[in-house]
Design a protein around this ligand. Structure first.
Ligand code: FES
Length: 128
């Protein structure tokens, strides 16, 4: 039987329990976090990059991610399997990409945690 691990995604604080060996990309999808994935999960575009804050992990090598970013804890979500409890920070551009899925239930529940989204409530109103 596959062991289960918790994966927590910040800034949304969404947590999902997944079986060992699940990719971070699939874990994110389970909580309706649709990361940008231009190459479709082949490990070539680098768009699905995330930063792993805690937990041990192992990623397949990819030229889409520099050694410097790897040293800083960045990993490609499509090339990294969950084999521990992980805490993951989504880069701001991923937050903005998620914002484009604006009709999702996830967006409605978390829109206050996504950077650059404001409720419009102007002090001045137009009267015609
Ligand atoms: S989706 Fe392209 S590198 Fe992961």
């Amino acid at each position: 039987m596959n062991k289960k691990y918790n994966v927590k995604f910040f800034p949304f604080e969404s947590t999902v329990s997944v079986s060992s060996g699940t990719s971070i990309l699939d874990a994110a999808r389970k909580v309706d976090l649709f990361l940008k994935t231009t190459c479709g999960g082949k490990g070539t575009c680098g768009d699905c990059v995330v930063r792993i804050i805690s937990g041990t992990y192992q990623s397949k090598l990819s030229s889409a991610l520099s050694d410097e970013l790897i040293r800083q804890g960045y990993a490609l979500a499509c090339q990294t399997e969950v084999n521990d409890n992980l805490t993951i920070q989504l880069p701001q551009f991923q937050e903005l990409s998620i914002k484009s899925v604006s009709d999702s239930k996830f967006f409605e529940e978390h829109k206050n945690k996504i950077s650059g989204i404001y409720e419009i409530n102007p002090v001045v109103k137009s009267i015609s």
